[in-house]
Write a protein that binds this ligand. Structure first.
Ligand code: PLP
Length: 459
């Protein structure tokens, strides 16, 4: 991976910072170079078998994903025989629709098993262009589309392609866990813009306006949102666009991966389709969520050509094109019709039923605040009125993390602490699980919450 623009010690000559020990220490078998925290190399006498285990500052700055941590903990408990209900993962519980899976199988049988062009097959990129035209009102040509191994790769490459060290990436919170880390990976600084549950976790235009500086390079919007399920109404996006327009350096990354998982009457608006935004918007979408294709690893970016070329350059030296088999399956997914046709509509209907069940159930819990999600398959619940509660045999519920630990221990339900998403007041519950699973999780959560001190009245 070529990250030569990032701050690394490689540009300074190692020989200029060598320090030779005056007297080799006993047992020293050889000399080796180690990287000090300053980023300079030092030569030290060490035992022959010692290995320099230092990790690059770029990676050391990254934080591990907390969604993974809680999922791993839940799996460990399950392996130990504890019947944990996992509502932490961000993937649909449905199988990939059969016609899509068949297309993948046929791709293998028909010999579509070789490298594809780096940017993706022409037939898939053309199909993506048609989809963007018909469903989003966006006109792109195939050379403005880059197919990658999942939307995650698209976003990482986009951030690396447009951000330089010192730039700021503006991220409304609660945010998808990876955005700030992607900014850090690029040497940029994530600037977190808190939102409020009373505003349905939507970014206020004045809050955006108050943080923009000449360093602001990228605003990341996610609608429908992970982790809140909020959907930005068109009028609000227009207000945001009016602010963005004033700053020529500011680009927008619009993460639209949950586009199809949206509940009536909410409507999806592509940011790039707003007047004046086409030239500065990088639109990311993918197949994982709407088509239940998380394991196929397929996503795409559509943007002005020079941004797509830059992202393609990274991809060409990094992974090359996405799986040839997945691309055939992706084509079949786009052939399902408008917004994924019946297959996707059936899944969305099930998600909506579960959302309705959870929203009404959590509303019965005293002291809990909810903003009804309009899309995706997450509910972000404000439990903060319970913080400070003492539980016998457990300790104090201090924050979202201790609350999730408590619920894992007492209710055997795995949720994700809001802290991971930049909002410690809440906890994310994923309703990508059967209604019956949600019903038993809800009973257990209610029983566990009853052990906590009744919260102060919530306004
Ligand atoms: C908001 C958001 N964007 C992007 C992704 C990445 O999706 P994938 O890499 O599976 O296409 C996810 C997955 O959890 C997500 O929630």
């Amino acid at each position: 991976m070529a990250f030569s623009s990032l701050a690394t010690p490689s540009s300074s000559s190692p020989s200029s910072s060598f320090t030779l020990p005056t007297k080799p220490s006993p047992g020293a078998g050889s000399l080796s170079f180690s990287r000090a925290s300053t980023g300079k190399f030092r030569m030290a006498a060490v035992r022959a078998e010692a290995v320099d285990t230092s990790i690059s500052p770029r990676v050391s700055a990254l934080r591990p994903s907390k969604t993974m941590a809680i999922t791993d903990m839940a799996s460990a408990l399950r392996q130990a025989g504890v019947p944990v209900i996992g509502l932490a993962a961000g993937e649909p519980d449905f199988d990939t629709p059969a016609v899509i899976a068949e297309a993948g199988i046929n791709a293998i049988r028909d010999g579509s098993t070789r490298y594809t062009p780096n940017a993706g097959t022409m037939e898939l990129r053309k199909a993506i262009c048609n989809k963007l035209q018909e469903e989003n009102g966006l006109t792109y040509s195939p050379d403005q589309v880059l197919v990658s191994n999942g939307a995650k790769q698209c976003i990482t490459q986009a951030v690396l392609a447009v951000c330089s060290p010192g730039d700021e990436v503006l991220i409304p919170a609660p945010f998808w866990v990876s955005y700030p880390e992607m900014a850090r990976l690029a040497g940029a600084t994530p600037v977190i813009l808190p939102t409020s549950i009373s505003d349905n976790f939507l970014l206020k235009p004045e809050s955006l306006a108050s943080v923009i500086t000449e360093k602001s390079r990228l605003l990341i919007l996610c609608s429908p949102s992970n982790p809140t399920g909020s959907v930005y109404p068109r009028e609000l996006l227009e207000e945001i666009a009016a602010i963005v327009k004033k700053y020529p350096r500011l680009l927008v990354l619009s993460d639209e991966i949950y586009e199809h998982i949206i509940y009536h009457p909410a409507k999806h608006t592509s940011f790039a389709a707003l007047p004046g935004m086409y030239d500065r918007t990088l639109t990311v979408n993918g197949f994982s969520k709407a088509f239940a294709m998380t394991g196929w690893r397929l996503g795409y970016l559509a943007a002005p050509k020079h941004f797509v070329s830059a992202c393609g350059k990274i991809q060409s030296q990094y992974t090359s094109g996405a799986s040839s088999i997945s691309q055939k399956a992706g084509l079949a997914a786009l052939n399902l019709g408008y917004a994924g046709g019946e297959a996707v509509a059936t899944m969305v209907k099930a998600f909506q039923e579960r959302r309705d069940y959870l929203v009404s159930s959590f509303r019965e819990l005293p002291g809990v605040k909810i903003s009804e999600p309009q899309g995706a398959f997450y509910l972000f619940i404000d439990f903060s009125s319970y913080y400070g509660s003492e539980v016998e045999g457990f300790g104090t519920i201090k924050d979202s993390e201790t609350l999730c630990m408590f619920l894992l221990e007492k209710a055997q339900v795995a949720l994700v602490p809001g802290d991971a998403f930049g909002d410690d007041k809440g906890v994310r519950i994923s309703y990508a699980a059967a209604l019956s699973t949600l019903q038993s999780a809800m009973e257990k959560i209610k029983d566990a919450m009853a052990l906590l001190k009744a919260p102060a009245a919530v306004q």
